[in-house]
Design a protein around this ligand. Structure first.
Ligand code: MAN
Length: 385
C-alpha cells in the first residue's frame, strides 16, 4: 500500500509511506541551479562528522531521524557543539506518530498516532503535519553536547543537555546559537509548542547547569543571533519574525541593555524576488567582528526550496546599517550528503568558531547529518566588494 501526499514546499517532491519501508521517504528530484556562484566552503574530508547512529537516542525505543544544526563554542580548550537531536518512535507502515512532551502523563511524553489514510491528515512537508486544526512537528528535538579536541572528531554525550520544559516547549527545542560573554555562555534556541514557534534563552558557565531565561521573542520568531559585544551600552540581536498575511520571513534587529528586555526593533533585510534568497531568510550564528564591520552568515531559501548561505555586512558601530549583502551564495548544497536527506537540498548553519582569519562553520546537511567546513574571512569579505 502506498499513501501519497502533495507537497507545496518542494514542487518536485512527493512524500509517501510504503508497506515495505515504514519510514517516511522523500523522493526528490534535484532541480538545476540557475545561479552562478562560487562555493567558498572547504568541506571537511571527514564529512559528515556526526550522524544519527553516532548518538544514543534519549529513549531506547526511539529512533534519531535527524542530527543537525549545532550551536558551536570553545570551552576549556575544546570545541563544543550543542547538537539538535530529532527523534520519534520508529514509524509503522500506514501510521504517522510523533512524541509530544506532556508533564501531566506518567512518562512525561504522549505519542500522537494517526492513520496515514485519515482524510483529515495533511502532510505538506517532511517536518510537519496537520490534523484537526493543529500543526505538529514530525519529530521531537532536544539539545545534546558533543566535544572535540581538534574541532573535527566529536563525541556526543550520552544524555540530553537541554530538553523542552513547560508549555512553550512541548514540541521541543531546536537550533541553538551560543555566545560567550566573559565566563558566561548565553544560548538562544527555537522553542516550539502548539502555542507557536518562539525564541527561548538560557545561560550556563559550566555546561552542566543551565539557568533558563524564558521566551525572549514571542511567536512567530526564530533564528536569533546575538552580537557578543555591547555597542554604546546595548547588546544587539538579529531575529526573524514571520509576517502572517502581510510581510514575510525577514531579518530584524533589536537592542537590549541586559540580554532579556529587547526593543528598538527594525527590519534590516527582506527576501529578494528572483534571487537565491527569494522565499525566506534567517540569521546563522553570532555576527563576526571584522575590520570591515559585523559579518553575518545567513541562510536564504529560493522558490525551489533550496537552502544556501550568504553574507550580510553590518556597520561596526551601528548594526542597524547594512553595508553589503551577497548577490550570490557563498555555499550551496552540492555534496551528496547536502543534496539528499530528510529535507533535501539544505545547508543550514547556526554555529561556528573563529581563529584569526579562519572560520570553521558547523552545519546541518539535508537536515540529516552534521558537517564542517572552513572559510577564509578575508575571502568572504572580498566577495562583498
Ligand atoms: C527551517 C528550520 C531548520 C531547518 C531548515 C531546513 O529553517 O526548521 O531547523 O534546518 O528549515 O529544513
Amino acid at each position: 500500500m502506498r499513501y501519497l501526499f502533495g507537497c507545496s514546499r518542494h514542487m518536485q517532491a512527493a512524500f509517501y509511506f510504503t508497506s515495505s519501508s515504514p519510514a517516511l521517504v522523500s523522493a526528490m528530484k534535484v532541480p538545476e541551479r540557475g545561479v552562478h556562484m562560487t562555493d567558498l566552503a572547504k568541506r571537511f574530508e571527514q564529512n559528515p562528522i556526526l550522524r544519527p547512529e553516532d548518538v544514543k537516542p534519549s529513549r531506547p525505543d526511539w529512533t534519531i531521524e535527524c542530527l543537525l544544526n549545532p550551536g558551536a563554542f570553545r570551552y576549556r580548550g575544546r570545541t563544543g557543539l550543542l547538537l539538535r537531536v530529532a527523534e520519534r518512535p520508529p514509524q509503522e507502515s500506514g501510521w504517522v506518530s510523533t512524541p509530544i512532551l506532556d508533564p501531566g502523563s506518567d512518562e512525561g511524553v504522549r505519542i500522537v498516532r494517526i492513520s496515514a489514510d485519515d482524510p483529515k491528515l495533511q502532510y505538506p512537508d517532511p517536518r510537519i503535519f496537520r490534523y484537526e486544526g493543529i500543526t505538529y512537528l514530525t519529530t521531537l528535538s532536544h539539545l545534546r553536547l558533543a566535544w572535540s579536541d581538534d574541532g573535527t572528531h566529536f563525541t556526543a554525550e550520552a544524555m540530553p543537555a537541554l530538553i523542552g520544559e513547560g508549555p512553550h516547549e512541548t514540541f521541543g527545542v531546536e537550533d541553538s546559537r551560543v555566545i560567550q560573554i566573559g565566563s558566561e555562555y548565553y544560548l538562544t534556541f527555537t522553542a516550539v509548542s502548539d502555542r507557536g514557534v518562539a525564541v527561548g534563552a538560557a545561560r550556563t558557565t559550566d555546561w552542566k547547569h543551565f539557568d533558563r531565561m524564558g521566551v525572549i521573542f514571542p511567536p512567530h520568531n526564530k533564528d536569533c543571533a546575538i552580537l557578543d559585544q555591547k555597542i554604546g551600552g546595548n547588546f544587539y540581536a538579529l531575529h526573524r519574525p514571520s509576517g502572517v498575511e502581510i510581510g514575510g520571513h525577514y531579518i530584524w534587529i533589536a537592542r537590549s541593555p541586559d540580554l532579556l528586555h529587547w526593543g528598538g526593533h527594525r527590519c534590516i533585510a527582506m527576501t529578494r524576488p528572483g534571487m537565491w534568497d527569494s522565499r525566506r531568510i534567517g540569521a546563522g550564528a553570532a555576527p563576526i567582528r571584522t575590520d570591515a564591520g559585523w559579518l553575518e552568515i545567513y541562510h536564504g531559501v529560493d522558490d525551489a526550496g533550496i537552502y544556501c548561505l550568504g553574507l550580510l555586512l553590518l556597520d561596526m558601530n551601528d548594526p542597524y546599517k547594512v553595508l553589503a549583502r551577497s548577490d550570490t551564495p557563498v555555499m550551496a548544497p552540492t555534496a551528496e550528503y547536502e543534496k539528499r536527506g530528510f529535507v533535501s537540498q539544505v545547508v543550514f548553519t547556526n554555529g561556528h568558531t573563529v581563529d584569526g582569519d579562519r572560520l570553521t562553520l558547523y552545519y546541518g546537511a539535508a537536515d540529516s547529518v552534521v558537517c564542517g567546513a572552513t572559510f577564509s574571512i578575508q575571502q568572504l569579505l572580498a566577495t562583498l566588494k
